[in-house]
Write a protein that binds this ligand. Structure first.
Ligand code: MLT
Length: 407
C-alpha cells in the first residue's frame, strides 16, 4: 500500500503567499470594480535592467544559430558567470570565495529549501521567528520536527526576533547544529552588524554547527558598516553556506537566477564524528537533481556585473528604497511603530492587533495587500509587513488609501 509522507500533515494547509493569493483572488472576484494594490509578496514590478535585456537578446540570437547554439550547460553554472560572481560579489569585498564554490541555480527559494537534504535527519535546528516560511516548512516536510503546538513546531530552537533585541537574535545558550539566518531580514528589514555576525560565527565554530546565511537582499544595504556577506567575517568560510539571488537585485523574480556558495573548507561530521566536506555533497545533489539555468538567463545575469548593469541595478534598488522610505514615513505618521526600509525593501509595522484582521481591514477598506506577520511565525503576530516593490504611483495611492481607511 502506497503511503503518504505524513510530515505534510503537520504543515499549515497552504503556503503563506499561496494563502494570501487565494484570499486576494476571492476579494477581486467579488469586487471586480475595486482594483487592488499589491504590497504583499516581495515581487518586483520594474522591468529588467537594459544591460540584462540586451544580453538576453544577444544570447537568444546565439541560440538561433547552429554554430553558437547551446544544449545542456554545466549544472553548476557557466564559468563566465561564476567567475564574475567570485570577483564582484566576493573578491572585491575582500572575501575568499573561488568560482567553483559557487553553484548557480534558478532561485534561492529552491536552494534554501533543498539544502537541508545534505544534513542528517536529526540535526538540531535553530530558526528565527519571524522568518521566511520556507526554512521551517521544508524541515517539517523532511521530518525534522514534531507537531505544531500553539504555533510552534516541536524540535526547533526558535530564535525570537523582537523589538527588544532590535530584531536580531543573540546567540542562544543551548547548542544547535543547523542555524538559519537572513540579513537584511525578511520580514523585518533588520540588518546584522559585524559584531553580531562575528558572535554567530563563533557560536557555530564552538558547536561544530553550520550557518545557512540568506543574503538575498544584500543589494539594499546602504549603511557602509553593515556586512553584505557572511564571508566578510573571519572564519565564516569554515561554518557557513550563503544564498544570493538576482531576483530582488536585478528584477529576476520572473527570469530566475540565483546562486549558493558552499566553501570547500566547510565540514560537517559523519556518524563516527569524522569531518566530511559539504561541497561534494551539494555538488552531488545539484548535478543529480538540477540541469542548470538556461544560457540566455545566465548571460543576462552576467550583464549585472558590467559598469552599465551595476549602475542600473543601483538605480532599481534606490527606486524601491525610496518607496520604502515613503511607506515607513507614512505609517509612522499614522502612529505605528515601524522598522526596516532603510537597508531592506520591507517595512515591519507593529499594528497592535491581530495581523490577519489588519490584513483583512487593509484589503477591504483600502484594497491594499500586505503580509500578516503571523504568517512568518508566532513573534510576527501583531505586525504586518509592507513591501516596497511596486511603482511609485501605486505606493503613493496605497498610502493615501490606507490613511483614509484608518481615519
Ligand atoms: C517574500 O515576499 O517574502 C518573498 O518574495 C518570497 C520569496 O522570495 O520567495
Amino acid at each position: 500500500m502506497i503511503r503518504i509522507n505524513e510530515n505534510y500533515a503537520k504543515l499549515k494547509a497552504s503556503y503563506l503567499f499561496a494563502d494570501i493569493a487565494r484570499r486576494v483572488g476571492a476579494y477581486t472576484a467579488a469586487h471586480p470594480d475595486k482594483p487592488v494594490i499589491r504590497l504583499g509578496i516581495g515581487d518586483v514590478t520594474e522591468p529588467l535592467p537594459p544591460a540584462c535585456v540586451e544580453a538576453l537578446h544577444a544570447a537568444t540570437d546565439e541560440m538561433s544559430k547552429r554554430a553558437t547554439f547551446k544544449g545542456y550547460g554545466p549544472e553548476q553554472g557557466y564559468a563566465f558567470l561564476r567567475d564574475l560572481i567570485a570577483k564582484h560579489d566576493y573578491a572585491d569585498r575582500g572575501c575568499k570565495i573561488e568560482a567553483d564554490e559557487i553553484f548557480v541555480s534558478d532561485g534561492s527559494k529552491c536552494d534554501c529549501g533543498n539544502i537541508q537534504e545534505i544534513f542528517a535527519s536529526d540535526v538540531r535546528l535553530a530558526i528565527p521567528d519571524p522568518v521566511y516560511p520556507v526554512y521551517v516548512d521544508t524541515n517539517v516536510m523532511a521530518g525534522r520536527t514534531g507537531a505544531n503546538i500553539d504555533g510552534r513546531y516541536q524540535g526547533i530552537l526558535y530564535l525570537d526576533s523582537t523589538a527588544s533585541n532590535g530584531y536580531v537574535p543573540a546567540v542562544p545558550q543551548a547548542p544547535a547544529d543547523l542555524i538559519y539566518l537572513c540579513f537584511p531580514n525578511n520580514p523585518t528589514g533588520a540588518v546584522a552588524t559585524r559584531a553580531q555576525l562575528e558572535a554567530w560565527v563563533a557560536y557555530a565554530k564552538l558547536n561544530k554547527a553550520v550557518i545557512l546565511y540568506d543574503s538575498a537582499y544584500e543589494a539594499y544595504i546602504r549603511d557602509p558598516r553593515i556586512p553584505h556577506s557572511i564571508y566578510e567575517i573571519e572564519g565564516a568560510r569554515d561554518v557557513a553556506i550563503e544564498f544570493r539571488s538576482f531576483s530582488k537585485t536585478a528584477g529576476f523574480t520572473g527570469t530566475r537566477c540565483a546562486y549558493t556558495v558552499v566553501p570547500k573548507t566547510l565540514m560537517a561530521f559523519d556518524a563516527a564524528g569524522k569531518p566530511q566536506a559539504l561541497h561534494p555533497l551539494w555538488n552531488r545533489r545539484h548535478t543529480t537533481k538540477f540541469n542548470g539555468v538556461s544560457y540566455p538567463v545566465q548571460k543576462a545575469a552576467a550583464a549585472v556585473f558590467t559598469e552599465a548593469g551595476k549602475a542600473q541595478v543601483k538605480g532599481l534598488t534606490d527606486f524601491y528604497l525610496a518607496n520604502a522610505h515613503l511607506i515607513r514615513e507614512s505609517m509612522t505618521r499614522l502612529g505605528f511603530s515601524c522598522v526596516g526600509g532603510d537597508n531592506a525593501p520591507y517595512i515591519w509595522i507593529n499594528v497592535g492587533r491581530d495581523s490577519w484582521d489588519f490584513f483583512d481591514l487593509l484589503l477591504e477598506k483600502a484594497q491594499v495587500v500586505c503580509t500578516p506577520g503571523a504568517g512568518f511565525g508566532k513573534c510576527g503576530e501583531g505586525h504586518v509587513r509592507i513591501s516596497a516593490f511596486n511603482s511609485r504611483e501605486n505606493v503613493e495611492m496605497a498610502l493615501s488609501r490606507i490613511a483614509d481607511a484608518l481615519k
